[in-house]
Design a protein around this ligand. Structure first.
Ligand SMILES: Cc1ncc(C[n+]2csc(CCOP(=O)(O)OP(=O)(O)O)c2C)c(N)n1
Ligand code: SF4
Length: 282
């Protein structure tokens, strides 16, 4: 069983107070509390401040390119179905350039967990609008306010067939950890959007904003229609597990024999990992 110490990767360079810290710790806590070993997981990330999570949590990892964490993660799962696979990225990464992959992963129902670190802005590139930024949102790059309306990824996942859809808040660690535990253990595509304040570039969607405006759903809604109606009623500011359904996952549907697939052989060799790290890090 992993320990928090074993799961500690590189020293984060995130700004103090960034919501991404809680999400990273939430992933580590889930691996520990669910009783997995680090080598039983693979974390695949995209590009952005959020994308660094695959370097900061020491499991198998792949820091992919912008918007591509989902296709890479699905490939990893197909290549080695015994791995627990987490794909992670930001709202810009996943709902902008990565939006097409998100729709197809939702309908495909492959057994991976997708965690989006949603700060309503591009953090790494210093505060441009993201597809999640509100209409009228002012940044130093959009002084007249956002002329477009935001995407609604939660409804998108539900209407496109995702079998586990939830939303958390980096400022409510207990609820977020409960959600992550359930998402990781869900068989099929589990998707969790986590509100993760960018304390440097987004002065609107702050911890206080979420504490004042969020509503919690105590149990999943019965139907997809009800779940979408609830999300709309609260303008997406709703946390909890919104929708959950048991349906055959992609590999079961394809009839792939799990035992014929490559296996996980042995624990991670930390010394070898460090040798590779020195060799390949510039
Ligand atoms: C193909 C491509 N387009 C654009 C970029 C520039 N870029 C790097 S990170 C980023 C946005 C990051 O925002 P988000 O995904 O919301 O993550 P955050 O930094 O806020 O955590 C962009 C546009 C890139 N690296 N690759
Ligand atoms: S710029 Fe924003 S998203 Fe990036 S590390 Fe700083 S607070 Fe976090």
């Amino acid at each position: 069983m992993a320990t928090m110490k074993e799961l500690k990767g590189d020293q984060p360079t995130w700004c103090p107070g960034c919501g991404h810290f809680s999400i990273m710790a939430g992933i580590q806590k889930s691996i520990v509390s669910l009783g997995y070993e680090p080598h039983e997981f693979a974390i695949v990330s995209g590009i952005g401040c959020s994308g660094k999570v695959s370097e900061y949590v020491r499991t198998n990892g792949f820091h992919s390119i912008h918007g591509r964490s989902l296709p890479v993660a699905q490939g990893v799962k197909m290549g080695n179905p015994k791995l627990k696979v987490i794909a992670s990225g930001g709202d810009g990464d996943g709902y902008g350039i990565g939006q097409g992959h998100f729709v197809h992963a939702s309908r495909r129902n492959i057994d991976i967990t997708y965690i989006v670190m949603d700060n309503n802005i591009y953090g790494l590139t210093k505060g441009q609008l993201s597809p999640k930024s509100a209409h009228g949102f002012v940044t130093k790059h959009s002084k007249q306010g956002n002329k477009e309306f935001p995407v609604d990824p939660i409804s998108t996942a539900i209407v496109n067939g995702a079998t586990f859809v939830a939303q958390g808040f980096a400022g409510d660690i207990k609820q977020m950890n409960d959600i992550l535990n359930r998402a990781i253990e869900h068989k099929g595509f589990s998707y969790v959007n986590v509100f993760s304040p960018c304390v440097t570039f987004n002065k609107i969607n702050t911890y206080d904003f979420y504490k004042t405006n969020l509503t919690t759903v105590e149990k999943p809604l019965e139907t997809r229609e009800e779940a979408v109606a609830k999300i709309r009623q609260h303008e997406s500011l709703v946390t909890g597990v919104l929708y959950e359904e048991n349906r055959d996952d992609f590999q079961t549907k394809l009839g792939i024999e799990f035992d014929l697939q490559p296996n996980i052989s042995g624990k991670m060799d930390h010394q070898l990992y460090q040798t590779f790290e020195k060799q390949f890090t510039c």
